[in-house]
Design a protein around this ligand. Sequence first.
Ligand SMILES: [Zn+2]
Length: 342
Amino acid sequence: MTSEDRRNFIKSLNLADVHRHFDGSIRPETLWELSDKYYSAVPGLDFEQFRHYLQWDDAVDSTLLDYLDKFHVPLQYTQFYDNIRRISFELAEDAYLDGVKLLELRINPVIHRRAGLTTRQVIAATRKGLSLFQEDHPDFRAGIIVIAMRNHGGNMARLLLREVVGEKEEFHDGIGVIGFDIAGHEAPFPPLLFENAYDLAARMGLKKTAHAGESEGPERIWEALDCLGPHRIGHGTSAGQDAELMKRLAADGICLEVCLSSNLQTGAISALSDHPLPRFLEAGVKVALCTDNPTVSNTTLAREYELAMELFSMSENDVRALAGMSCDCTFLGEGCPFPEAG
Ligand SMILES: [Zn+2]
C-alpha cells in the first residue's frame, strides 16, 4: 500500500476525534490575520517565523517547554466573542476536511475571559461556530467538553461547572456541553482534589474524562479511576507500564484517548515506536485515537492514523476496528452513528 493509498483509505473511514483542544487547534493563518488586524502584524516577524511560535518543528523543538510555549500567542486573540466563533467554525471545517465526522472539542473557558467575556459567552461563541458549520454539513456531529485547570483546584472546578450548566447540549438545538475534564500539571494536583467536582459533573448529567498518566506514572490513573469515576482517560500513557491497570481498564470498559505525536513531543514517550498503543489493544483496553492539538503538534487525525498503521503494522481491518472503537467511545447522544465503521 503506497502512502497515498493509505491516506485515501483512512479518509474513507468515518473518523471521530474525542480529544482535541480549542487553543491548540487554531489555524496559523487566522492568527496571522488577527495579528495584522489588531497590531498591524507582529513587528520583525514574517509568517513563517510567526508560525514557529504556534507549531512544533522537529528541527528545533525537543522539550515539554517548547510544546507548552506554543499556547501563548493565541491567547491575546481568543478573548473576543467573534474570534472564538470564527475559530470554532474553522476548527470544525479543518476536522471535516481531514475526514472527521464526529468531533468533541474541549475548551477551558477561564483563560478566554480576560477581556470581559463570561464563561457562558465563551461557550456560547464556541457553540455558535460549531453550529454554523454543522448547519451545512448534516453528517458532521460535535460536542463540547469543558476543562477545569488542575492548578485552579477543586472548588474552582465546581464553580466552573455551575457556570456552564445552562450551556448543556440538552438546552440547545444541536451543539452544547456534553462532558467535563481536568488538565494541567498532574503531580501537585492529584485526582482526589477533584472528587466533589466530578460528583457534581455526574449529577449534572455530564460525561467524565480526565487527563491522567501523561507526565506521571500509573498510580495517578488508578487514583483517577477510584476518585473520579471517569468514562475515559485523557492519554493514560503510563498505563502501559502496569498490567493490572490495563486489566482494570479493560474490565471496566474505560477508554483511553491516545495521542501519538503529542505524547512524543511532551516526553510522555521517548520514541513513537515505544508507544503502548499495541499493548492496550492486546489487553482489550478500549482506545480512541485522537490529535490533542493538531496545530501545536503539526498533525491531523488522518496523519495520526497513518502513523499508527506505519509504526505498528496495522492492517486495513485493524484500522477500521480502531476507527470504530474511537467512535464508540463518544460522549455524544446515542453513541457512534456509523455502525459500518466498526
Ligand atoms: Zn489534552
